[in-house]
Design a binder for this molecule. Structure first.
Ligand code: PHE
Length: 460
């Protein structure tokens, strides 16, 4: 295990895992989902999903990785034998597809950062149409996304301690600083209170059956669960680390960033008198308009910081997404790390091209002939959501029926002397044996139906 590399410190692992979790999911997706799904009601259900379903899955993943000391495929294979390795491969593939479209959206954010900080973006008359032409102007987008992938690969190629850990140690504190600065600013804007009110006071009539699916998928996505990322990171964790405590800290760090992102975004949206339910365009269109209204200097500083924040967040996630397939090839195929990282990064970049071309410029990719006719990017993102929830569900069955919960407990008590016999142990026990497998099975089926055929016939 020693030549695979390890995180050099406990805090290094936690920052890297929190870095994986904190990403576009928190700052781009969470606010727009909350915006279209009833604000505070969404937040409330989201928190329940995290506590009840996500934290146990996270604990399970880290424990599997540390016990087996291998990539996602190798870990399931080692602890489960038989065909269990395929469950790891399922996750690795999901990660590959997530990174393919994620890197495209990261490219948009990178482009916005450059355009606001060094360009003329803040003098546009109409940000809706600007965004529409921006995401279809392929040559610059190609470069922005390629640039993002190259930076990701440069870091991952350096290895665990010198690459991934070092980058996260700089970016994560930077991210928190920028975020707090932006919240303080946005809370002082006129009409900020209406935004806070929308975000924090639940309106029960706005909670629908869909709110639950969106919240669940978002929670899995945001915590980077169900695709072997935390198994892979867990495999670089030393035995003195307290896994349960780490999982709690990572979840709190991730949830607090999502929560704070909402607290920054909604006051800005309401200060403009804009509509919060804008979908994926929310931060690109409405917030940019808000930055413009701040005047050329303040707008540039605040807007530039905002998109830099998004780039940092996205980068700490793309790093973890690239590490998963790279670790698989290094561990299983015994290939050298650097060429593997560059090769996989190149391949995933190419795989992302249909997503890049799906925003209107190629009509066929813009409206796929299935339920709700999504564009290719949204379609891949939906498929990946399904993969994460089902992957997490199957992991629970793996622990419950194959590896056995007792072995999980044994692994969790290493580095945590007070675990055995504690309340936490009973919680993990019930969660992994009953709550997660049962609820996640039902929800997996409903999520699949929802994405492919819709659920209106069931819930009205
Ligand atoms: N958690 C990341 C985010 O919120 C996305 C991600 C998903 C990263 C799965 C790794 C694995 O943006």
């Amino acid at each position: 295990m020693s030549n695979r590399g390890n995180f050099s410190s406990k805090i290094g692992f936690m920052l890297a895992a929190a870095g994986s979790a904190v990403g576009l999911g928190n700052i781009w997706r969470f606010p727009y989902l909350a915006g279209t799904n009833g604000g505070a009601g969404f937040l409330f259900i989201y928190l329940i999903c995290i506590l009840l379903l996500c934290v146990p899955v996270m604990i399970g993943e880290i424990a599997i990785g540390r016990k087996a000391g291998s990539d996602a495929y190798g870990s399931y294979q080692k602890l489960g034998g038989g065909k269990w390795g395929y469950l790891g491969l399922y996750g690795i593939l999901a990660g590959v597809f997530i990174l393919s479209y994620y890197n495209v959206v990261a490219g948009w954010a990178f482009g916005y950062f450059l355009e606001i900080s060094f360009g003329n973006l803040l003098s546009e008359p109409d940000y809706g149409s600007f965004f529409g032409s921006f995401v279809n102007n392929i040559p610059p987008l190609f470069l922005f996304s390629l640039g993002f992938m190259v930076i990701t690969a440069l870091i991952v190629a350096q290895g665990i301690a010198k690459g991934i850990e070092a980058a996260n140690k700089i970016m994560m504190p930077g991210l928190y600083l920028i975020l707090i600065g932006l919240i303080i600013y946005s809370l002082t804007l006129p009409n900020a209170g209406a935004g806070v009110n929308f975000y924090l006071v639940p309106k029960l009539d706005q909670i629908t059956s869909k709110t639950l699916f969106y919240a669940l998928c978002q929670a899995f996505f945001s915590l980077s669960l169900g695709m072997g990322c935390l198994i892979t990171y867990g495999s670089y964790v030393t035995k003195d680390q307290n896994i349960v405590k780490s999982a709690a800290i990572i979840s709190i760090a991730d949830t607090s960033v999502a929560f704070l992102a909402g607290l920054m975004v909604f006051p800005l949206v309401f200060s403009l008198g804009a509509e919060p339910g804008q979908g994926p365009r929310l931060i690109f269109v409405i917030l940019t308009q808000a930055f413009q209204s701040m005047g050329p200097v303040v707008g540039r500083v605040v807007g530039g910081s905002f998109f830099l924040l998004i780039c940092f967040a996205a980068l700490t996630s793309t790093i973890s997404l690239l590490e998963v397939p790279a670790a698989y090839l290094v561990d299983q195929k015994k290939l050298p790390r650097k060429p593997v990282v560059w090769g996989v990064a190149g391949l995933i970049f190419v795989l992302g091209l249909p997503s890049m071309y799906s925003q209107g410029i190629v009509p066929m990719l813009n409206k796929l002939p299935i339920h709700n006719s999504p564009d290719f990017l949204s379609f891949i993102s939906d498929l990946c959501d399904i993969a994460l929830v089902t992957g997490g569900c199957l992991m629970c069955f793996f622990i419950r029926n194959r590896w056995k919960v007792q072995n999980l407990h044994t692994e969790l008590s290493i580095g945590n002397a007070s675990y055995a016999g504690s309340f936490l142990q009973s919680y993990v026990d019930v969660a992994i044996t009953w709550i997660c497998p049962v609820i996640l099975t039902i929800l997996s089926i409903l999520v699949i139906l929802d994405k492919f055929v819709g659920l209106e016939w069931l819930f009205g």
